[in-house]
Design a protein around this ligand. Structure first.
Ligand code: PXL
Length: 283
Protein backbone atom coordinates (compact mmCIF):
# COMPACT_ATOMS: atom_id res chain seq x y z
CA UNK A 1 0.00 0.00 0.00
CA UNK A 2 1.18 3.54 -0.75
CA UNK A 3 2.00 5.73 2.29
CA UNK A 4 -0.90 7.93 1.21
CA UNK A 5 -3.58 5.81 -0.52
CA UNK A 6 -4.80 7.29 -3.81
CA UNK A 7 -8.47 7.35 -4.78
CA UNK A 8 -10.08 8.53 -8.03
CA UNK A 9 -13.38 10.23 -7.11
CA UNK A 10 -15.84 10.26 -10.00
CA UNK A 11 -18.75 12.43 -8.97
CA UNK A 12 -20.47 15.76 -9.63
CA UNK A 13 -19.50 19.09 -8.15
CA UNK A 14 -22.58 20.73 -6.63
CA UNK A 15 -21.86 24.28 -5.50
CA UNK A 16 -24.42 24.22 -2.69
CA UNK A 17 -26.01 21.48 -0.62
CA UNK A 18 -23.14 19.36 0.75
CA UNK A 19 -23.07 16.27 -1.43
CA UNK A 20 -20.94 14.41 -3.97
CA UNK A 21 -17.45 15.95 -4.39
CA UNK A 22 -17.90 18.67 -1.77
CA UNK A 23 -18.40 15.85 0.72
CA UNK A 24 -15.98 13.26 -0.67
CA UNK A 25 -12.94 15.53 -0.94
CA UNK A 26 -12.82 16.85 2.64
CA UNK A 27 -13.70 13.44 4.11
CA UNK A 28 -11.00 11.58 2.20
CA UNK A 29 -8.39 14.28 2.82
CA UNK A 30 -8.94 14.34 6.58
CA UNK A 31 -8.73 10.54 6.59
CA UNK A 32 -5.27 10.75 5.07
CA UNK A 33 -6.27 9.68 1.56
CA UNK A 34 -5.31 11.48 -1.64
CA UNK A 35 -8.62 12.26 -3.35
CA UNK A 36 -8.32 12.89 -7.10
CA UNK A 37 -11.59 14.34 -8.44
CA UNK A 38 -13.02 13.56 -11.87
CA UNK A 39 -16.09 15.85 -12.08
CA UNK A 40 -18.98 14.37 -14.05
CA UNK A 41 -21.11 17.52 -13.97
CA UNK A 42 -21.13 20.94 -12.37
CA UNK A 43 -24.35 22.07 -10.70
CA UNK A 44 -24.96 25.34 -8.92
CA UNK A 45 -26.97 23.40 -6.31
CA UNK A 46 -27.90 19.71 -6.08
CA UNK A 47 -31.10 18.54 -7.77
CA UNK A 48 -33.09 18.58 -4.51
CA UNK A 49 -33.43 22.37 -4.82
CA UNK A 50 -36.26 23.83 -6.93
CA UNK A 51 -33.83 25.55 -9.36
CA UNK A 52 -30.22 24.90 -10.28
CA UNK A 53 -27.84 25.03 -13.23
CA UNK A 54 -26.51 21.74 -14.62
CA UNK A 55 -23.46 21.54 -16.87
CA UNK A 56 -22.86 18.03 -18.10
CA UNK A 57 -19.15 17.22 -18.45
CA UNK A 58 -19.50 13.94 -20.36
CA UNK A 59 -17.61 15.29 -23.39
CA UNK A 60 -14.63 16.25 -21.25
CA UNK A 61 -14.25 12.86 -19.57
CA UNK A 62 -12.52 10.73 -22.25
CA UNK A 63 -9.56 13.14 -22.51
CA UNK A 64 -9.57 13.58 -18.72
CA UNK A 65 -9.25 9.83 -18.13
CA UNK A 66 -6.79 9.47 -21.00
CA UNK A 67 -4.48 11.94 -19.30
CA UNK A 68 -4.76 9.76 -16.18
CA UNK A 69 -3.56 6.78 -18.22
CA UNK A 70 -0.12 6.98 -16.60
CA UNK A 71 -1.60 6.90 -13.08
CA UNK A 72 -2.82 4.02 -11.02
CA UNK A 73 -5.25 4.17 -8.14
CA UNK A 74 -5.77 2.06 -5.01
CA UNK A 75 -9.51 2.68 -5.14
CA UNK A 76 -11.96 4.21 -7.56
CA UNK A 77 -15.00 5.74 -5.88
CA UNK A 78 -17.82 6.50 -8.26
CA UNK A 79 -21.00 8.41 -7.39
CA UNK A 80 -23.48 10.59 -9.29
CA UNK A 81 -23.33 9.87 -13.04
CA UNK A 82 -25.48 12.20 -15.12
CA UNK A 83 -25.69 10.69 -18.62
CA UNK A 84 -25.69 7.44 -20.52
CA UNK A 85 -22.42 8.15 -22.34
CA UNK A 86 -20.83 8.98 -19.02
CA UNK A 87 -21.60 5.57 -17.59
CA UNK A 88 -19.91 3.90 -20.60
CA UNK A 89 -16.83 6.11 -20.25
CA UNK A 90 -16.62 5.37 -16.54
CA UNK A 91 -16.91 1.63 -17.26
CA UNK A 92 -13.96 1.88 -19.67
CA UNK A 93 -11.95 3.73 -17.01
CA UNK A 94 -12.76 1.00 -14.44
CA UNK A 95 -11.59 -1.69 -16.85
CA UNK A 96 -8.45 0.15 -17.94
CA UNK A 97 -7.45 0.70 -14.30
CA UNK A 98 -8.16 -2.92 -13.32
CA UNK A 99 -6.11 -4.12 -16.32
CA UNK A 100 -3.20 -1.92 -15.22
CA UNK A 101 -3.49 -2.75 -11.52
CA UNK A 102 -5.51 -5.87 -10.58
CA UNK A 103 -5.41 -4.72 -6.92
CA UNK A 104 -7.34 -1.56 -7.77
CA UNK A 105 -10.75 -1.78 -6.06
CA UNK A 106 -13.98 -0.15 -7.11
CA UNK A 107 -16.55 1.34 -4.75
CA UNK A 108 -19.70 2.16 -6.72
CA UNK A 109 -22.38 4.25 -5.07
CA UNK A 110 -25.29 3.87 -7.52
CA UNK A 111 -26.74 7.34 -6.91
CA UNK A 112 -30.19 7.10 -8.49
CA UNK A 113 -32.81 8.11 -5.95
CA UNK A 114 -34.01 8.15 -2.37
CA UNK A 115 -37.16 7.72 -0.30
CA UNK A 116 -38.89 5.66 -3.01
CA UNK A 117 -38.29 8.17 -5.81
CA UNK A 118 -35.84 8.34 -8.70
CA UNK A 119 -33.88 11.62 -8.89
CA UNK A 120 -35.35 13.96 -11.51
CA UNK A 121 -32.35 13.54 -13.85
CA UNK A 122 -32.45 9.72 -13.63
CA UNK A 123 -34.16 8.14 -16.65
CA UNK A 124 -34.99 4.40 -16.90
CA UNK A 125 -32.17 4.11 -19.52
CA UNK A 126 -29.70 5.47 -16.95
CA UNK A 127 -30.98 2.88 -14.47
CA UNK A 128 -30.28 0.10 -17.01
CA UNK A 129 -26.77 1.39 -17.65
CA UNK A 130 -26.07 1.67 -13.90
CA UNK A 131 -27.23 -1.94 -13.50
CA UNK A 132 -24.58 -3.00 -16.05
CA UNK A 133 -21.91 -0.96 -14.25
CA UNK A 134 -22.55 -2.85 -10.99
CA UNK A 135 -20.86 -5.90 -12.58
CA UNK A 136 -17.50 -4.12 -12.45
CA UNK A 137 -17.74 -3.08 -8.80
CA UNK A 138 -16.10 -4.64 -5.75
CA UNK A 139 -18.45 -2.90 -3.32
CA UNK A 140 -21.77 -1.17 -3.99
CA UNK A 141 -23.66 1.04 -1.52
CA UNK A 142 -27.29 1.37 -2.65
CA UNK A 143 -30.01 2.68 -0.38
CA UNK A 144 -33.31 0.75 -0.43
CA UNK A 145 -34.74 2.88 -3.28
CA UNK A 146 -31.64 2.23 -5.39
CA UNK A 147 -31.65 -1.49 -4.56
CA UNK A 148 -35.27 -1.64 -5.79
CA UNK A 149 -34.47 0.31 -8.98
CA UNK A 150 -31.48 -1.95 -9.72
CA UNK A 151 -33.33 -5.21 -9.09
CA UNK A 152 -36.74 -4.15 -10.45
CA UNK A 153 -38.28 -4.81 -7.03
CA UNK A 154 -41.32 -3.05 -5.63
CA UNK A 155 -40.43 -0.28 -3.14
CA UNK A 156 -42.24 -0.92 0.14
CA UNK A 157 -40.74 1.79 2.33
CA UNK A 158 -37.63 1.98 4.47
CA UNK A 159 -38.85 -0.32 7.28
CA UNK A 160 -37.70 -3.80 6.36
CA UNK A 161 -37.30 -6.93 8.44
CA UNK A 162 -33.84 -8.46 8.32
CA UNK A 163 -35.20 -11.23 6.15
CA UNK A 164 -36.69 -8.74 3.64
CA UNK A 165 -33.48 -6.71 3.63
CA UNK A 166 -31.35 -9.80 3.02
CA UNK A 167 -33.60 -10.86 0.18
CA UNK A 168 -33.41 -7.43 -1.51
CA UNK A 169 -29.65 -7.04 -1.02
CA UNK A 170 -29.13 -10.66 -2.11
CA UNK A 171 -30.88 -9.92 -5.41
CA UNK A 172 -28.07 -7.45 -6.20
CA UNK A 173 -25.26 -10.02 -6.09
CA UNK A 174 -26.28 -11.72 -9.37
CA UNK A 175 -25.64 -8.34 -11.06
CA UNK A 176 -21.97 -9.20 -10.58
CA UNK A 177 -20.58 -7.08 -7.73
CA UNK A 178 -18.42 -8.73 -5.05
CA UNK A 179 -20.07 -7.14 -1.98
CA UNK A 180 -23.22 -5.15 -1.17
CA UNK A 181 -23.70 -2.63 1.61
CA UNK A 182 -27.40 -1.73 1.57
CA UNK A 183 -27.98 1.46 3.56
CA UNK A 184 -30.88 3.11 5.37
CA UNK A 185 -32.81 0.12 6.71
CA UNK A 186 -35.17 1.45 9.37
CA UNK A 187 -36.07 -0.61 12.44
CA UNK A 188 -38.00 1.43 15.04
CA UNK A 189 -35.58 4.11 16.35
CA UNK A 190 -32.58 2.49 14.69
CA UNK A 191 -31.22 2.81 11.17
CA UNK A 192 -28.92 0.15 9.84
CA UNK A 193 -26.78 -1.10 7.01
CA UNK A 194 -26.74 -4.65 5.73
CA UNK A 195 -23.46 -6.03 4.40
CA UNK A 196 -23.35 -9.10 2.17
CA UNK A 197 -19.91 -10.47 1.40
CA UNK A 198 -18.51 -13.95 0.77
CA UNK A 199 -21.87 -15.56 1.47
CA UNK A 200 -22.34 -13.96 4.89
CA UNK A 201 -24.68 -11.21 5.99
CA UNK A 202 -24.01 -8.67 8.76
CA UNK A 203 -26.34 -5.97 10.02
CA UNK A 204 -25.11 -2.96 12.00
CA UNK A 205 -27.49 -0.31 13.29
CA UNK A 206 -27.22 3.07 14.97
CA UNK A 207 -29.62 5.59 16.48
CA UNK A 208 -31.87 7.16 13.82
CA UNK A 209 -32.79 10.86 13.51
CA UNK A 210 -36.31 11.74 12.32
CA UNK A 211 -35.18 14.02 9.50
CA UNK A 212 -34.02 12.98 6.00
CA UNK A 213 -31.03 15.20 5.15
CA UNK A 214 -29.64 15.43 1.62
CA UNK A 215 -26.25 13.92 0.94
CA UNK A 216 -26.18 11.37 3.76
CA UNK A 217 -25.56 8.57 1.23
CA UNK A 218 -22.58 10.49 -0.12
CA UNK A 219 -21.20 11.04 3.37
CA UNK A 220 -21.62 7.36 4.25
CA UNK A 221 -19.92 6.18 1.04
CA UNK A 222 -17.10 8.73 1.45
CA UNK A 223 -16.27 7.62 5.01
CA UNK A 224 -16.56 3.98 3.90
CA UNK A 225 -14.15 4.68 1.05
CA UNK A 226 -11.69 6.45 3.35
CA UNK A 227 -11.71 3.53 5.77
CA UNK A 228 -11.34 0.91 3.02
CA UNK A 229 -8.51 2.85 1.37
CA UNK A 230 -6.79 2.83 4.78
CA UNK A 231 -6.96 -0.96 4.87
CA UNK A 232 -10.11 -1.48 6.95
CA UNK A 233 -12.08 -4.69 6.55
CA UNK A 234 -15.54 -4.06 5.07
CA UNK A 235 -17.37 -4.68 8.37
CA UNK A 236 -15.05 -2.27 10.21
CA UNK A 237 -15.52 0.37 7.50
CA UNK A 238 -19.32 0.00 7.58
CA UNK A 239 -19.53 0.43 11.34
CA UNK A 240 -17.17 3.47 11.28
CA UNK A 241 -19.25 5.12 8.54
CA UNK A 242 -22.54 4.29 10.29
CA UNK A 243 -21.34 5.66 13.63
CA UNK A 244 -20.07 8.91 12.07
CA UNK A 245 -23.33 9.40 10.16
CA UNK A 246 -25.31 8.94 13.34
CA UNK A 247 -23.25 11.55 15.23
CA UNK A 248 -23.41 14.09 12.41
CA UNK A 249 -27.15 13.71 11.74
CA UNK A 250 -27.99 14.06 15.45
CA UNK A 251 -25.82 17.17 15.67
CA UNK A 252 -27.42 18.63 12.50
CA UNK A 253 -30.92 18.01 13.84
CA UNK A 254 -30.08 20.09 16.93
CA UNK A 255 -29.02 23.02 14.68
CA UNK A 256 -32.40 22.99 12.90
CA UNK A 257 -31.01 23.80 9.43
CA UNK A 258 -32.93 23.12 6.16
CA UNK A 259 -32.70 19.43 5.20
CA UNK A 260 -31.69 20.26 1.61
CA UNK A 261 -28.53 21.95 2.88
CA UNK A 262 -27.31 18.54 3.99
CA UNK A 263 -25.65 17.44 7.19
CA UNK A 264 -23.30 19.79 9.04
CA UNK A 265 -20.17 17.73 8.68
CA UNK A 266 -17.73 20.62 9.13
CA UNK A 267 -17.77 20.80 12.96
CA UNK A 268 -17.19 17.03 13.31
CA UNK A 269 -14.96 16.33 10.33
CA UNK A 270 -11.79 16.42 12.44
CA UNK A 271 -12.92 13.27 14.28
CA UNK A 272 -12.40 11.21 11.11
CA UNK A 273 -8.73 12.19 11.19
CA UNK A 274 -8.23 10.34 14.46
CA UNK A 275 -9.53 6.98 13.26
CA UNK A 276 -7.18 4.07 12.68
CA UNK A 277 -8.10 1.01 10.70
CA UNK A 278 -6.91 -2.52 10.06
CA UNK A 279 -3.24 -3.10 10.62
CA UNK A 280 -2.18 0.50 9.95
CA UNK A 281 -0.77 1.98 13.17
CA UNK A 282 -1.07 5.75 13.64
CA UNK A 283 -0.54 8.33 10.94
O1 PXL B 1 -26.62 13.16 -2.74
C1 PXL B 1 -26.80 12.61 -3.97
C2 PXL B 1 -26.73 13.60 -5.07
C3 PXL B 1 -25.54 13.78 -5.75
N1 PXL B 1 -25.43 14.66 -6.75
C4 PXL B 1 -26.47 15.42 -7.12
C5 PXL B 1 -27.68 15.30 -6.47
C6 PXL B 1 -27.83 14.37 -5.42
C7 PXL B 1 -29.08 14.24 -4.71
O2 PXL B 1 -30.01 14.96 -4.86
O3 PXL B 1 -28.71 16.06 -6.84
C8 PXL B 1 -26.30 16.41 -8.21
Amino acid sequence: MRTVPRVACINDLSGFGRCSLTTALPVLSVMGVQACPAPTAVLSKHTGFPAYTFTDLTDTLPAYFESWGDLDFDWIYSGFLGSLGQIEIVQQFFRAQKAKNPDCKILLDPVMGDDGRRYSTYTPELCDAMRALVADADVITPNITEACLLTGSEYRGECLTLQEAEQLAGALLPLGCRAVVMTGIVQENQIGNLTLQNGTAAFSAVHRTECLFSGTGDLFASVLCGALANGAALAEAVSAAGAFLSEVTQDTLRQNTPAAEGVLLEPLLYRLGGMHFGTKQGK
